[in-house]
Design a protein around this ligand. Structure first.
Ligand SMILES: C[S@@+](CC[C@H](N)C(=O)[O-])C[C@H]1O[C@@H](n2cnc3c(N)ncnc32)[C@H](O)[C@@H]1O
Length: 99
C-alpha cells in the first residue's frame, strides 16, 4: 500500500495495520516531514518526493506492484495542472484489481 502526502503520519498510523506480509510506503514532498516521519516511524519506508513522480519513486524503492493507494494530498489546493499529472500517473502504478 502507498500513502501519498503522509504529512506528520496521522493516517499512516491507522493504515499501517496491514496483514503480516503487507508493506506500506509513504510519499511526502516536504523535506522536514520526510525527516520527521523517518525518525518517528523507523518501521515506515518513506519516499521523499512528488506524488506526480510515483512510478519513479517506486522504481527507486524496487517496488513493482501496488495493491492500493491512499491519498492525503491537499487535492483542491494543488494547481490543476499538477492534479492532472498526479492522477493518471498514480493510476498507472496499481493493477485494475487494486483500490
Ligand atoms: C493534508 S496534509 C496530510 C496530513 C496528514 N494526514 C498528517 O497527518 O499530517 C497533505 C500533505 O501532502 C503533502 N504534499 C503536498 N503535495 C504533495 C505532492 N505533490 N507529493 C507528495 N506530497 C505532497 C504535504 O507536504 C502535506 O504533508
Amino acid at each position: 500500500m502507498v500513502e501519498l502526502g503522509a504529512g506528520s503520519g496521522a493516517i499512516t498510523d491507522v493504515i499501517a495495520r496491514l496483514p503480516p506480509d503487507g508493506r506500506l510506503l509513504a510519499v511526502e514532498i516536504n523535506h522536514d516531514l520526510v525527516g520527521y516521519l523517518s525518525r518517528s516511524r523507523p518501521w515506515l519506508q518513506v519516499l521523499g518526493g512528488d506524488a506526480a513522480e510515483l512510478a519513479s519513486l517506486l522504481r527507486g524503492a524496487e517496488v513493482d506492484r501496488v495493491d492500493a493507494i491512499v491519498s492525503a494530498l491537499p487535492w483542491t489546493l494543488l494547481p490543476a495542472g499538477h492534479r492532472r499529472r498526479i492522477l493518471p500517473r498514480s493510476a498507472m502504478c496499481w493493477p485494475p484489481t487494486g483500490s
